[in-house]
Design a binder for this molecule. Structure first.
Ligand SMILES: Cc1cc2nc3c(=O)[nH]c(=O)nc-3n(C[C@H](O)[C@H](O)[C@H](O)COP(=O)(O)O)c2cc1C
Length: 373
């Protein structure tokens, strides 16, 4: 690893220099005034750990299991759309790096590579589902993911509509020519778009664009995603598949309890990296009540501004089973493709080892004893 790339912040700065403005803004932005981006970070910073001393940490075990998956350390890769915007090899580079590090990779519905092609890269993978208005499309996506060998379904529930990303609006964000939402290419748009024509959605003239409320992306979201999604749909999704279902975007204990009652296998405590409701709770603050309500019964994962090994430790201390890493994967991808992602994963892992040693944790099970700051 070059000496200039020692921290996640270093990767972020390097990626910023490399990425075209439209891609950087799309990846980095939060919603509205972007306060939650900062509060997610501040939430972890505010949490102090109680290190234990005089524990033999000369030989520690960082491994754990989540829903039957063996993880080398308690981290997975968060689902993120449009990875070819970061690097030409996009999702395939990320999947290869994940496989080389044995870290599970959650593939987004909005990937720029088809889920079947990504599944050919070995390594554990889950599929993230955005529920379409057209339930036949939703059902097909679930069945394709199951057939391709994905081992869990991550249903995103914090996006009935798209959060307002002002930079994307200013940039009139859209995918460059030749890049597509590969998982959705095969479905006809006409059945779900009502009055909006395919032409208007995919190649807006300036006048059409002006008429749109928000960016290209929010228009696409509005026409395709289902704002009526509710608990009955979770029961329907369960009836479609034997895959374990995790709900992504849960911030309240009562919703987590309801997820448990609905037969879900896990919840991901997330505010979408601050990209949806800017006034929402930071994940470090939301996590303890959710872990208290469903920890042990459901897998409890958390994401948002996890940048240090000590952040993973903090999350475990607050009751999470593992964390999801989002944007830093894109920074690694932009900086060095597959190798860049491998380097970032190595950075997390070595940082987590040091954090455990400094806090007197010989294995992941003992990390829960560090809370109390
Ligand atoms: C560029 C970008 C695209 C994203 N796309 C998706 C997506 O397609 N589906 C989804 O459930 N979450 C998506 N997310 C949210 C991430 O899965 C994750 O919750 C968030 O990025 C975690 O915060 P972090 O980036 O601070 O680590 C996206 C986030 C970013 C930054």
């Amino acid at each position: 690893m070059p000496k200039s790339l020692l921290t996640i912040a270093d990767y972020r700065k390097a990626a910023r220099k490399i990425l075209p403005r439209m891609a950087w803004d799309y990846f980095r932005s939060g919603a509205d005034a972007q306060t939650l981006l900062k509060r997610n970070r501040a939430g972890w910073d505010a949490m102090e750990l109680r290190p234990r001393v005089l524990v033999d940490v000369s030989n520690i075990d960082t491994s754990t299991t989540v829903l039957g998956l063996n993880l080398p350390f308690p981290a997975l890769i968060a689902p993120m759309a449009y990875q070819k915007l970061a690097h030409k090899d996009g999702e395939i580079a990320l999947a290869r790096a994940a496989a080389a590090s044995d870290v599970p990779y959650i593939v987004s519905t909005m990937a720029t590579t088809g889920l079947e092609e990504i599944a050919k890269v070995p390594g554990p993978k889950w599929f993230q589902l955005y529920c379409h208005k057209d339930r036949a499309i939703t059902q097909d996506l679930v069945q394709r993911a199951e057939a391709a060998g994905y081992t869990a379904l991550v249903v995103t529930v914090d996006a009935p509509v798209l959060g307002r990303r002002i930079a994307d609006e200013r940039n009139s964000f859209e995918l460059p020519k030749g890049m597509t939402r590969a998982n959705l290419d095969r479905y006809s748009l006409s059945s779900v778009e009502g009055k909006t024509s395919r032409k208007a959605v995919l190649s807006p003239r300036p006048s059409t664009l002006k008429a749109m409320e928000g960016s290209h992306l929010s228009e696409l979201f509005r026409t395709r995603q289902d704002a009526s999604l509710n608990w009955r749909d979770i029961a329907w999704l369960r009836s479609l598949t034997d895959l374990p279902i995790l709900l992504k975007g849960v911030l309240r204990a009562d919703d987590a309890t309801r997820a448990s009652d609905a037969g879900c296998a896990g919840v991901i405590v997330s505010n979408h990296g601050g990209r949806q409701c800017d006034a929402a709770l930071s994940t470090a603050r939301a996590l303890p009540e959710i872990a208290a309500a469903v920890g042990g019964k459901l897998a409890v994962l958390v994401d948002g501004a996890i940048e240090w090994g000590t952040d993973i430790l903090r999350a475990l201390a607050l009751g999470a089973d593992a964390v999801l890493i989002g944007r830093p994967m894109l920074w690694g991808l932009a900086v060095g493709g597959e190798q860049g992602v491998r380097d970032v994963l190595d950075l997390y892992r070595s940082d987590f080892v040091r954090a455990m040693q400094l806090c007197g944790c010989a294995n992941v099970g003992t990390c829960t004893e560090l809370a109390g700051g």
